[in-house]
Design a protein around this ligand. Structure first.
Ligand SMILES: *Cc1c(COP(=O)(O)O)cnc(C)c1O
Length: 383
């Protein structure tokens, strides 16, 4: 059936109809008062969402571009940085640092395990000459469904005092409580197709006063991603280059929707969906890839041993028009990932789990009582 596709991947995520209608409008000029007024409200609401008084800058890039901007604006060639690497995205920030000639020290954990904050504490405490200029952490590691303990790692960075805390919050912002000012996070990057309930195309970077100090002496090359340009323009409710105006108008709409729901309710909804999904997977006797203690609010990775993950995904798509994500790199065909980020309701989770039960049965998996997955999720929703 046409038009029934249900996106249960960690991005692009589903888009509410009000935002789709905003996208369908004629583009307006980006140097008009009408657009400036929209941008002014968007920038205010982005600060609300980030729980910060810092600048929150909007760039016409994907999430990777936002993180890259968050790295190259504040560092110089040869700077020593620590990069948490326990999945595809952590590995990416190691590669970006290396591409720009930074002295990158990866701090690794096995994929599926969280980063160990003690390893960061050790390195930071030993660095008495303050050579470490930044620590980069992927908060919610989308490739594995692990939520890293950013709060603890950040407390060690704060104790070091010199290093900037750079956060890939692409699948945690708008899903998990991330109080940028309370925690003192220097640079926080995210992307529109994840928790913002609009299509791909915008990246966001919040920048602390301490990071702006570092910006003054940072020597890595930059032009399109020079955040100073975006800051100057944002102060005048405009943009340095032509923005995707329709996406900004759609964002204007979804930020209003989010504000109406309220942060606490948004975070509560993601927590509930995480718990319901995990309870369902346990009911189906399938192994979860990330531990309960460090489970992402945005994505749940499942590692079925007996059935190829891609068979499950392809049948979910064919039978029920539900798109699930696969595994990346060595996890290809070993895990599948259920996205529950952004515009997702309790009903979506129940539909996904009951469909999954049918698919598992059709593929010959018999290690569960029919209905046990749905019962697990329903129990969470009934509380
Ligand atoms: C999606 C995502 C990104 C950005 O990916 P893009 O394809 O560049 O938008 C970065 N980090 C994490 C953790 C993500 O989930």
């Amino acid at each position: 059936m046409d038009d029934k596709l249900m996106l249960m991947i960690p991005g692009p995520t589903p888009v509410p109809e009000a935002a789709l209608l905003a996208l369908a409008k004629h583009p307006i000029g980006h140097r008009t008062n009408e657009f400036s007024n929209i941008l002014a409200e968007v920038n205010e609401n982005l600060k609300w969402l980030h729980q910060t008084q810092n600048d929150v800058l909007t760039l016409n890039v994907s999430g990777t571009g936002a993180v890259e901007a968050g790295i190259i604006n504040f560092l110089s060639p040869g700077d020593r940085i620590l990069v948490g690497s326990n999945g595809k995205f952590g590995e990416r920030w190691v590669e970006v640092g290396q591409a720009y000639g930074l002295n990158v020290e990866p701090i690794t954990a096995e994929w599926g395990n969280p980063l160990d904050p003690a390893l960061f504490a050790e390195k930071l405490a030993a660095d008495t000459s303050k050579q470490i200029k930044a620590v980069i952490i992927t908060h919610s590691e989308t490739s594995t469904g692990v939520l890293n303990d950013l709060e603890t790692i950040n407390s060690h960075v704060k104790a070091h005092d010199e290093a900037l805390m750079i956060v890939d919050a692409v699948t945690s912002l708008g899903a998990f409580n991330l109080p940028v000012d309370t925690w003192g996070l220097d640079i926080v990057a995210s992307g529109s197709q994840k928790g913002y309930m609009i299509p791909p195309g915008l990246g966001f970077v919040s920048v602390s006063p301490k990071a702006w100090e570092a910006y003054k002496t940072a020597k890595l090359p930059k032009y399109y991603l020079d955040l100073g340009k975006y800051r100057k323009s944002a102060a005048k409710n405009t943009t340095p280059f032509t923005p995707p105006v329709n996406l900004i108008v759609a964002l204007h709409t979804t930020l209003r929707i989010m504000k109406e729901e309220g942060l606490e309710s948004i975070f509560g909804r993601h927590e509930r969906h995480k718990n319901a999904t995990r309870a369902a997977i346990k009911g189906l006797n399938l192994p979860l890839f990330a531990p309960d203690s460090h489970a992402s609010p945005a994505i749940t990775a499942v590692a079925p041993q007996e059935i190829e993950s891609d068979k499950i995904r392809s049948l979910m798509n064919k039978r029920f028009d539900i798109a699930l994500a696969g595994g990346q790199d060595h996890l290809k065909n070993k895990i599948f990932r259920i996205g529950h980020l952004g515009f997702v309701s309790d009903r979506d989770i129940l539909s996904c789990i009951s469909s999954l039960e049918v698919v598992l049965s059709e593929l010959g998996y018999e290690n569960f009582t029919p209905g046990a997955g749905v019962a697990g999720a329903a129990k969470v929703f009934a509380q």
